[in-house]
Ligand binder design. Sequence first.
Ligand code: PLP
Length: 367
Amino acid sequence: MNRVYNFSAGPSQLPEEVLAQARDEMLNYNESGQSVMEMSHRSRFYEPIIEETEALVRELLGVSDDYYVLFLQGGATLQFSCIPLNLKRRGKAAYVDTGVWANKAWKEGGKFLQADCVASSADEKYRRIPEIPEIQGDYDYLHITMNNTIMGTKYSAIPCCGEVPLVADISSCILSEPLDVSRFALLYAGAQKNLAPAGVTLVVVKKDLCCGVGNAPLYLDYKIHAESGSMYNTPPCYTIYMMNLVLKWIRSNGGAAAMEKRNKEKADLLYNYLDSGDFFWAPVEKGSRSLMNVPFLIRNVEGDLEKELNKKFVSEAESHGLINLAGHRLAGGMRASIYNAMPLAGVEALIRFMEDFAKENRHKTRA
Ligand SMILES: *Cc1c(COP(=O)(O)O)cnc(C)c1O
């Protein structure tokens, strides 16, 4: 069977070169006589892997020595709790509600401190990034979700918040384009979108913010992980190794700037097709569109017929080797996630399929 193009929002497609290298090294990594899966995390074979992975994160993302780079478990979701626990000082944080994940982060924050929603686009079905009002100085941090995986929006610029530390969930856009890390107090990303298989979460946090969390669960304490080089307990060794390979793939393809160029080319192709056709359309406002997640709907149809056509699209696409195109149930329609590892040829194949589908099914809509 041929490999498919996987448009899943996550876990997502990995670069084929990376999978091939992992295969080649599966039984005997670097003449160790073992698989990385079997190694002690404190062995002389494994320690260079995690050290090099941290160095690659620092190099590719542009992280200075003022920050820790941590490899943690629990997904981006556990960070929704870790962040308020570790950053709470005065007891008040600001959140921007731009979709499902942003909303979850905000609700979870509310368990640990006063979590104020300072801007939201919920009333507009999250189809744009809202303007953020001037943030007053007494907040412990401002939390944003840089790229909204489900709704397909992203910030076109980093918001200004003066002295208030800025915290961002970059799970679905990390290394998709260059990012000025120095503007942030904390960045975090579940790996399974753009970095690795599921199982590791990357946290980049200003060193001076890691002061310990007192009686809170020790696994949630950034300081403990930082002081032990992400080896306080057994790290997700194999996933970190896979991240290492993906980061080297990004580096050999030109780094974040080259990823941005590739990603813009892919996204422009798809958005231009959606904006110019008479069968599909893109619901997200132009200034807020994601480079990574592209939701789309069928024009001139609603109700049961719309649901039926969506289902038909997703199942016929699958039989053409284009998988996981169903939209999130909260957004409806379809969604193509086109992360770093999705080649241009995958997007071209998707558009060819969409053109054929439109031709065959146009008579069923009101167009
Ligand atoms: C996928 C995703 C999450 C959830 O990540 P887990 O690792 O499954 O907890 C959170 N935020 C964003 C923006 C995501 O895309």
